[in-house]
Design a protein. Sequence first.
Length: 374
Amino acid sequence: MKEFPMPANHLKQEYEQFKALFEGQPAIIQRFVESQARLVAEALVSKAYQIQFSLPDRVNMSVKQVGQVATVTIPEAQRTQRLGGLGEGILRHEVRELILHRLRELEQSPDQAIATSGSLIRFAAAAHLVSNMLPAGRNVEYRAEDDESIPSIPVEDDAPESAITQGSDAIAEQGAADPQGTYSKRGEFQSPFVPAARRFYLPQWVAFDLDGKLLAGSEKEAESQIQSMQRYVLVLHRASSLASYMVACDEYQRKRYGILGQLINQGRALARYKTGEIIRVIKERAEKGSLNRGLSITMPYFDDQNLVMAELSFDVIPRGRIMFVPEFVVRVARDEQAKVTQDTRLNSSTRKHLLEQLKSLETAFIHKTGNSNK
């Protein structure tokens, strides 16, 4: 079983404290807090310009005066919380800041019932982001390449394939609808993922196998799947920004581990695929003699520090009437490798990946130069 990094003790204690506080509320209060926290969570990741949520009418809390847990009522006039609004010129990112600021205000209130309510809303919103807004994936284990800090290469599972298709092994598709608009009685059809995809956390977002073969329908679809994984990471980030103690949640750690490894693996695979297409196009145009008026290359790579696709642009042949020869590409690729080696803006794993990209460009044209040591 995969073991995840242990968070700091104080975060684990905070998480358990607020989890116990929430679970200590009556069921009807839990459901109400969850409904209001859902509004907060969705506003944190959506394009909302305003939000309104309410505190519960009462909470169970420890009352120092009586030395035990008691139910304390919150005045109706203090329950409704309104933030933002188009008329106030509020921007989307400012709504997020307003939410965080208001929750801090609530939790710092001298009225302990209001402070408790603020903590409940914060906990429930963070839990909703992690548990309900993100799909759960398969149990996976990755290994790190060389000395990289984030494992991204799936470890092959020696367990035999199940004879029964599970939900995480396939895409469930409903049967065709009848004329009345209802689904046919044959129910769901399970369309299994290919074995290469099932080695990752979320097979539905696997665009390339481990050999770099495109599994998605197109490059555009592969890009869309990368974006879906980036949104997944964004939601996890919003949850930990809302409540730092969420990193102590086992589900948070499991989802973060699963998606980070997959995103880095697939992001690099997309970059390699795009580089292969660049090489193919250059060779095709060279054979047609259409590169004699200049050539610029935009080299794609995956920045695993910022978890985004990035580009490195450079000129191979300046504009003008200069005849293309493959040696130009080799020479410029080597020059760029020297620059990247010294680029302190890149972390070590991103630098290594980008150097591999440039090396593949160099290698693709070396055989035509007649001398690989030039």
